[in-house]
Design a protein around this ligand. Structure first.
Ligand code: DX5
Ligand code: ZN
Length: 220
């Protein structure tokens, strides 16, 4: 099943709670929360207190994307703050297996992510231990960038591996997903779609509808 995970990086933080509630009322199941540390990526976003606050007003699945160095240091904190799924970058972890084990110990779903320049081979050996792979379709750090079609080959390769091994692993894409790129990203083999600017710019309800229609068309 195809799932939309709106990224609150593009939300209006002055009315974040209202916007999160609105998405939930519209039936959006997941919420993508980008955490940036100014080291792993050249930007700083939001952290624990914001997640704690919105956790109180939402039952959506909190899809927390950690763009931080040495993520194992903060897994327990993000789990306690209300994350349901914690995704870390393989490039940022000294020992990816230890990070996976830590997220499991916290009882949360595990995601592992690769940047555009990182090959699938960097995560292949972890596929049996994670719930989701996040293939970045832009360089992580900022919303509103252009989709990198080159990344589709990695999504397709992962989809083949997952099917061949019959693994229950989702493939998420993040970066530049909008009305012009959603169809091709579905076709490439992804099933979880992060969208920031394409959801929060202009009319949120109309934007959600564009994704729902693309999903319905693909499922026909
Ligand atoms: C970028 C973040 C994305 C970002 C996507 O590093 O991981 O989640 O919010 O923004 P859009 O959808 O505008 O490309
Ligand atoms: Zn993200």
């Amino acid at each position: 099943m195809n799932i939309l995970s709106p990224s609150i990086l593009s939300a209006d933080f002055a009315i974040l709670g209202e916007q999160v509630k609105y998405l939930e009322e519209k039936g959006v199941p997941w919420l993508h929360i980008d955490v940036m540390d100014g080291n792993f990526v050249p930007n700083i976003s939001i952290g624990l207190p914001v997640i704690q606050s919105i956790r109180k007003i939402s039952n959506m699945l909190f899809d927390v994307h950690l763009m931080i160095d040495d993520p194992i240091r903060y897994i327990r904190d993000f789990s306690d703050a209300g994350a349901d799924l914690i995704t870390f970058h393989v490039e940022a972890a000294k020992d990816p297996a230890a990070v996976i084990a830590k997220i499991r110990e916290c009882g949360k779903k595990v995601g592992i992510s690769i940047k555009p320049g990182t090959p699938v081979s960097a995560i292949e050996s972890y596929l049996g231990d994670v719930d989701m792979v996040l293939v970045m379709t832009v360089e992580p750090g900022f919303g509103g960038q252009s989709y990198m079609p080159d990344c589709e080959a990695k999504v397709s390769a992962l989809r083949s591996m997952i099917e061949e091994r019959e693994l229950p692993v989702d493939i998420e894409v993040d970066g530049g997903i909008n009305k012009d790129t959603i169809d091709r990203s579905i076709a490439s083999g992804a099933n979880i779609f992060v969208a920031g600017s394409a959801i929060f710019k202009n009319d949120i309800a109309a934007n959600i509808e564009i994704f729902n229609e693309a999903f319905a068309k693909a499922e026909k």
